[in-house]
Design a protein around this ligand. Structure first.
Ligand code: FES
Length: 106
C-alpha cells in the first residue's frame, strides 16, 4: 500500500492508502476525493481532473502526451506543475506523494 494525499485549494488534506496500479484520478473518484471531477472518465478530453504535482515528483511520472499537454495549455489555472490526474498511474515509488487541486474544481 502507498499513501497519497490530495490537498484542495483551501488547504484541506485528504489522505488515502491504495495499492499501486490505478491512476490518481481513479483513486480520487473511488474514494470520493473532493476536487477531482473527472467528467470524461479518464478519456483525456475534459481536464476536470487537473492537479498540481510538486517539482520533486514530476520526474516520477511519464512526460505528458501531446493530447494532455494541449488540454493543460488552455486551462485558466495552468502552471508549470500542472498534470491531468487520469494520465498519472501510481507505482510503489509514489508512496508519500502529495498533489494539489485547483480552486475551480472545488
Ligand atoms: S478525467 Fe477527463 S481529462 Fe482526465
Amino acid at each position: 500500500m502507498i499513501k497519497i494525499t490530495y490537498v484542495t485549494a483551501d488547504g484541506t488534506e485528504q489522505p488515502v492508502e491504495v495499492e499501486p496500479g490505478m491512476s490518481l484520478m481513479e483513486v480520487a473518484t473511488l474514494r470520493g476525493i473532493e476536487g477531482i471531477v473527472a467528467e470524461c472518465g479518464g478519456g483525456c478530453s475534459c481536464a476536470t481532473c487537473h492537479v498540481y504535482v510538486d517539482e520533486a515528483w514530476q520526474q516520477t511520472f511519464e512526460e505528458p502526451a501531446p493530447e494532455e499537454a494541449d488540454l493543460i495549455e488552455f486551462l485558466d489555472e495552468a502552471k508549470p506543475t500542472s498534470r491531468l490526474s487520469c494520465q498519472l498511474v501510481l507505482r510503489a515509488e509514489h508512496d508519500g506523494l502529495c498533489v494539489r487541486t485547483p480552486a475551480s474544481q472545488g
